[in-house]
Ligand binder design. Structure first.
Ligand code: DOR
Ligand code: ZN
Length: 423
């Protein structure tokens, strides 16, 4: 099977290569990158004025299967990912049952073996994400887990985290840490600050995140094991990570589009649609996150795609679940907020959405180069469109970006040399 992507603007953040190129994909691999490539019977995509990049890699999504298939299934999650330009997504283990053994990993991989976006299961760090007993890292890795995490249920016991980091490290697995002190955040719905005060409710303080970021940075320093901080939402969290990176500590981190575009005030406008953990913060935090994206402190942009049903999100603010979908808007929100404003280059954005997350997960994706897997996204960086949640391929409609006009539209998503989405 052959596919020729003709005359697109090729961007490779690793090689620093750009420019108009033809790219030939053959038998699931990148065969040729060059000029005037002979189609020789290949199916042709005319990509003039379109960007051609490695397919996007999302290191943090919730696919809800097994157990919560009224929110999302692996099938609908993969369809949403493909529509968003993602050719690989790493799914968090907070399913029912929790993905804490080889059997659940195998179940997920089996459901995701049809053509489409690759699914990379993340195993739980502790059994049932209870934060007490460590899972069998070797067995999880053997079954195909790419990392370990108790995302959604942050590990509170520092000793468990310390042992978990060391055990994961021996299996060459990165631990992805959701940083929040549970006693400080309880089940509160919003940031602690002017909005929680205006609403007369308790909030989740920034320090609840920052203390855990500091703990994990220190544990990474002490153990030498790789720790990755999930969804950084405060300026001070980013500052701590910057400081530890400068010391050479093996710490990496991600943020999500909601944290560099929205503030806590969004909750007053959109209610439960803007409820997410960690919560939307302040303008100063948004600015701090953007600065940390610019100086390289923040390695990756992930979505934390967290679909919930309309019924669940219709509950009162304090009872509704936290989370927002992101797969179908992430690229466009990022381009609109960071590229079209001149804050980040296309190459830097793509680096944080392809090779960096893939490298942190140690998977062989994220770079469009000869011989590599033929995973590609083709997008128009300038096309304007309006977010219509009812048209999402995800079952989740819980986005805070509904009705927004965004600039940047996915045209083709290609996995293994096969077109899996046409925009
Ligand atoms: O808002 C969130 N939703 N944050 C998490 O960490 C978990 C996620 C979910 O699973 O719904
Ligand atoms: Zn999380």
């Amino acid at each position: 099977m052959k596919l020729l992507i003709r005359q697109g603007r090729f961007i490779d953040p690793v090689g620093g290569i750009g420019g108009v190129m033809d790219i030939l994909l053959e038998d699931g691999r990148v065969a040729v990158i060059g000029s005037n490539v002979d189609p020789d019977g290949a199916e042709i995509i005319e990509a003039e004025n379109l960007i051609v990049s490695s397919g996007l890699v999302d290191m943090h999504v919730h696919l809800r299967d097994p157990g919560y298939t009224h929110k999302e299934t692996i099938e609908t999650g993969r369809a949403a990912a493909a529509a968003g330009g993602f050719t690989a997504v790493a799914c968090m283990p907070n399913t029912r049952p929790v993905c804490d053994d080889a059997e659940v990993v195998a179940y997920i991989l089996d459901k995701a073996k049809t053509p489409g976006t690759r699914v990379l299961p993340i195993g739980a760090l502790t059994i049932n994400e209870d934060g007490e007993k460590l899972t069998d890292a070797a067995a999880l890795r053997g079954a195909g887990a790419v990392a370990l995490s108790d995302d959604g249920m942050p590990v509170q016991n520092a000793n468990v985290m310390r042992d978990g980091l060391m055990k994961a490290s021996r299996q060459h697995l990165t631990v992805l840490s959701h940083c929040e002190d549970k006693d400080m955040v309880k089940n509160y719905a919003v940031n602690e600050g002017q909005v929680s005060r205006a609403l007369g409710i308790h909030g989740r303080p920034a320090i609840a995140e920052e203390l855990m970021v500091m703990r994990d940075a220190m544990l990474a320093e002490e153990t030498g094991a790789a720790v990755h901080i999930c969804h950084v939402s405060t300026a001070k969290s980013a500052a701590i990570i910057r400081n530890y990176k400068h010391k050479g500590v093996p710490i990496t981190c991600e943020t999500c589009p909601q944290y560099f575009t929205l503030t806590e005030e969004e909750v007053q406008k959109q209610g439960t649609m803007a409820r997410v953990n960690p919560p939307l913060r302040t303008k100063a935090d948004v600015e701090g996150i953007i600065a940390a994206l610019r100086d390289g402190t923040i390695d990756a942009i992930a979505t934390d795609h967290a679909p919930h049903s309309a019924e669940e999100k219709a509950k009162p603010l304090e009872d509704a679940p936290s989370g927002m979908v992101g797969l179908e808007t992430a690229l466009a929100v990022t381009l609109t907020a960071l590229y079209h404003t001149g804050k980040l280059t296309l190459s830097d954005i793509l680096r944080k959405m392809t090779i960096n997350p893939a490298s942190i997960l140690r998977v062989p994706y994220g770079r469009l180069a000869i011989g590599n897997p033929a995973d590609v996204v083709v997008f128009d960086p300038d096309e304007v469109w309006e977010v219509e949640p009812e048209k999402f391929l995800s079952m989740g409609r819980n986005t805070p970006f509904g009705g927004r006009r965004l600039k940047g539209k996915v045209k083709y998503t290609i996995v293994d040399g096969r077109i899996v989405y046409r925009g």
